[in-house]
Design a protein around this ligand. Structure first.
Ligand code: NDP
Ligand code: GDP
Length: 357
């Protein structure tokens, strides 16, 4: 029988976030949900979009939240009261098993990670522990507690690293260029191995970079949209960046969380690439962002700063999502200029609230 998640248990974590509690989402189903989903990394960019989308489909959504000295619920503030939040950490096997036992999920989405490549060079062991071994701990918890569930693993184009092909798909080999990429390759193969060894339903989404107004401020796209908005509002005078020549295949995050759900729907578990099929340089992103903010002489604001260069970098990434289009009916629709404009407009509006008039 399914253990009851008493209100005090669910409430205890939300109580800590009480100051941030938002209204219930309109249109939430009151009848018992048909399906239950458990999301690790629900407070992150992707976790928050995915939770919204699953709630809209009528899922009962559980999210694992780790203990921080100061909670950071900004991405899920509007969902508090509509999702069940459970204490847990990818370092802690028992907490993952408890979360699975309480939630009895039909679908598990492993989105939690030390997700920033730059930091992975300074904290390689933590990155390996969370991004690599953390996934393995979750697989073990699934194997012992929820072997009928379906699991999505957030794999990454960073696994391709120094890729050999112009456009990369599911058939290309991996050559990671950072501790983050190495940890993701470990998690990827652990998922394949558990699928083959135990017949579990486990699927990797090998997603290329996807961004939004909820992207962490340390990633280059958000750093640029935020920096440009600060300059526009007179809150900053320049923007320090590392390599301007790196090229990425940047898409819009909510489309990629929709792909995550689609990946778990077919009868047979398989791995899929998610990408736009277009690549642009950091310099192109910066130029487009300044244009979106109405600033023409963009290059005078850019300072090349070696502190943001990496010991090894991935110079070029471009994905081929043909399999996802043909099998899952998925295609990235938001294109580069629209993505940049959305992000810049959101940061302009955010800073307008605090900028001196
Ligand atoms: P974020 O960095 O926004 O979110 C990461 C999440 O992981 C946060 O909720 C964070 O919690 C949580 N987390 C970190 N450490 C732990 C831990 N020890 N235990 C439990 N939770 C933890 O990442 P995104 O939403 O952008 O990405 C989601 C996943 O997809 C990640 O695994 C990422 O590596 C992968 N990915 C992302 C791509 C992208 O372009 N966005 C591309 C390809 C893959 P907290 O809020 O407490 O920090
Ligand atoms: P990544 O693809 O997961 O590493 O995403 P990032 O947004 O962190 O970096 C994308 C590319 O932008 C990498 O090649 C970085 O080296 C490059 N880049 C250039 N300047 C910066 C910077 O100031 N910050 C970050 N994060 N990346 C930068």
């Amino acid at each position: 029988m399914r253990p009851q998640l008493g209100p005090s248990k669910a409430g205890s974590l939300e109580d800590k976030l009480l100051g941030f509690r938002g209204p219930a989402l309109p249109g939430m189903p009151s009848a018992p949900a048909e399906k239950r989903a458990l999301i690790t990394g629900i407070t992150g960019q992707d976790g928050s979009f995915l939770a919204e989308q699953l709630l809209a489909k009528g899922y009962e959504v559980y999210g694992i939240v780790r203990r921080l000295s100061t909670p950071n619920p900004q991405n899920i503030r509007h969902l508090l009261g509509t999702v069940h939040l459970l204490d847990g950490d990818l370092h802690d096997q028992a907490s993952l098993e408890t979360a699975i036992r309480f939630s009895e999920p039909d679908e598990i989405y492993n989105l939690a990670a030390q997700s920033f490549v730059g930091v992975s060079f300074n904290q390689p062991v933590v990155t390996g522990e969370v991004t690599g071994l953390g996934a393995l701990r979750l697989l073990e918890a699934m194997r012992s507690r929820a072997d009928k569930a379906r699991l999505y693993q957030a794999s990454s184009s960073e696994m391709f690293g120094q890729g050999v092909a112009e456009r990369l798909n599911e058939g290309n080999g991996f050559h990671p260029r950072s501790p983050y990429g190495v940890a993701k390759v470990f998690a990827y193969w652990a998922c394949v191995n558990y699928r083959e060894s135990y017949g579990l339903y486990i699927a990797n989404g090998i997603l290329f970079n996807h961004e939004s107004e909820r992207r962490g401020l340390e990633f280059v796209t958000r750093k640029i949209s935020d920096g440009v908005a600060r300059i526009r509002h007179g809150l900053a005078s320049d923007l320090h960046l590392g390599s301007l020549t790196s090229q990425r295949d940047w898409g819009y995050a909510p489309e990629y969380t929709d792909l995550m759900w689609r990946i778990l729907q077919p009868t047979v578990a398989e791995d899929y690439v998610g990408a736009t099929g277009e690549t642009h340089s950091v310099e192109e992103f910066a130029r487009e962002a300044f244009r979106a903010a109405g600033i023409d002489d963009w290059s005078r604001y850019i300072v090349t700063d070696r502190r943001f260069a990496r010991p090894a970098d991935v110079d070029h990434l471009c994905g081929d999502a043909t399999k996802a289009k043909e099998r899952l009916g998925w295609e990235a629709k938001v294109r580069f200029p629209e993505l940049v404009h959305r992000m810049v407009q959101a940061d302009l509006a955010r800073h307008a609230r605090t900028a001196p008039s």
